[in-house]
Design a protein around this ligand. Sequence first.
Ligand SMILES: O=P(O)(O)OC[C@H]1O[C@H](O[C@H]2O[C@H](CO)[C@@H](O)[C@H](O)[C@H]2O)[C@H](O)[C@@H](O)[C@@H]1O
Length: 387
Amino acid sequence: MDLKSNHNAPVLTDSAPLSKSRLRGYHHGLMLPYSPSGAPFSSNLLLSIPRRKTGVLDDVRSCGWLDAMKSSSPTHKKFAKDINHELSAPDPEVAYRTWLLKYPSALASFEQIANFAKGKRIALFLDYDGTLSPIVENPDNAFMSADMRSIVKEVAKYFPTAIISGRSRDKVYEFVGLTELYYAGSHGMDIMGPVRQSVSDDHRNCIKSTDKQGNEVNLFQPAREFLPMIDEVYSSLVRITEDIKGATVENNKFCVSVHYRNVDQDNWKSVGERVQDVIKKYPRLRLTHGRKVLEIRPAINWDKGKALEFLLESLDLSNCDDVLPIYVGDDRTDEDAFKVLRERNCGYGIFVSKSPKESNAYYSLRDPAEVMEFLKSLVTWKKSSAL
Ligand SMILES: O=P(O)(O)OC[C@H]1O[C@H](O[C@H]2O[C@H](CO)[C@@H](O)[C@H](O)[C@H]2O)[C@H](O)[C@@H](O)[C@@H]1O
């Protein structure tokens, strides 16, 4: 994938075919990749789904499309079956332990991480759903526990901490409720960060604003021009899915989520078809796939990885020699951030997963409970090293 940005207006230029290794990487749930401008889906998808001459997906009944829906957040049994096949491991627990050799537990490796952090400032980036809060059926009820909130508050006393979420920035702030953090919503397309003149000079879409406490902040919204389009698509998606029991549509400001977690599996195909019917009219939007959710978003070269880089720059934390960024996330969208850290050879991604999956992260944690333990360990370590 060749993505170019002129800093001011991120532009999508091309998308390379999925390599075998990328295909392997995402075989548990295909992330629908970036589309070239003018076509709603990437040519990558031609690997499994035929198109009409218009470039629009022709047959959503194709195995590729429906399989992607089925395998997003698949059952533990299915993961176990796939990974066992790949690694010839006899049972899920063995498969998980084998996987841990490649993605060691960040708790078990805490000493190693602490050693890497010696003499450096840790900067912490946290995804929300599935990382700080458990995955639940109703997205409106994805509350984080009071214990998690208090440890995130504590951790932010010692390390600059930001939340980078697919939710709208307002919604994720409502869930987290901590003023001491930085927030990026809509998969990084809505960032509120500290005022830094060099950053606003570099990014045309950066404006000065004030936060809820009246402090001056930089607001970066690279997809602002898409707002009317997103609102229009949101209304169409609500209308077109209203008779599918269990389907819900969430307006995340710069992107829209169509949830099918609570839809009978026999109707998933319908959800997919209807979403495509709507978005084929919008060649400047693209479709990605999260955990039992289809996400419609502007086809611009901006994602959680870019948001991470933007925040590092805004917080004056770009220097790898004295900063150790740590990004914790559970979803395919977090892979963009893991990849940035891996490519910069600076900091670590920690992938939250109960099941073996390929990732660009270095470490892993099982679930939000382990994320909480990890954050506690960071605080304890920091307190003891300050003595
Ligand atoms: O980037 P994130 O903070 O992880 O947000 C990604 C999506 O999370 C939410 O959906 C997911 O969590 C829901 C609550 O547990 C669950 O019901 C749903 O099936 C998951 O996909 C959120 O509702 C989406 O809008 C976010 O894009």
